[in-house]
Write a protein that binds this ligand. Sequence first.
Ligand SMILES: [Zn+2]
Length: 152
Amino acid sequence: MRYCETDNEVKTLLDRVIRKQFIYLKKEKITFAVLLDSKVQIDTKRGSITLARIRPLSEVEGYLVQSEGAYDYFIFLDSVVWELASRKDKMRILSHELRHVYLQNEKRKTIKHDIEDFVAEVKLNADDPGWAKSLAGKAVEEVERRKEEEKE
Ligand SMILES: [Zn+2]
């Protein structure tokens, strides 16, 4: 299976990030289905591994998951990245993804960032500006290592 459910740690961290920085999402009752994605996605702009992605559920996806509670957005976390990420990195990843959320009336949308990160996030991460690059680098190495292992 390409996708798998995340553990409770993610839910706790996501809740913390929302309370700290995105309280409007709580007020708007926006909910997130978080999944681990084991298929490596390459960010062509960065020439590196994509740490995570976010997108709204399509209408049909929303309809199909109704019984498990309504979700507004999917957050996909790269499974290797997530394994290697520190707690602080995990919060940075979630914070970055939530920054993409854009609510337009009743519509759930996402906004893009031109540079590698949102200006607000760059400021928040001023203590460690290279965190994403370094984490992506580690993940690429780990993916390569596992590929080699499989060959043996
Ligand atoms: Zn992004």
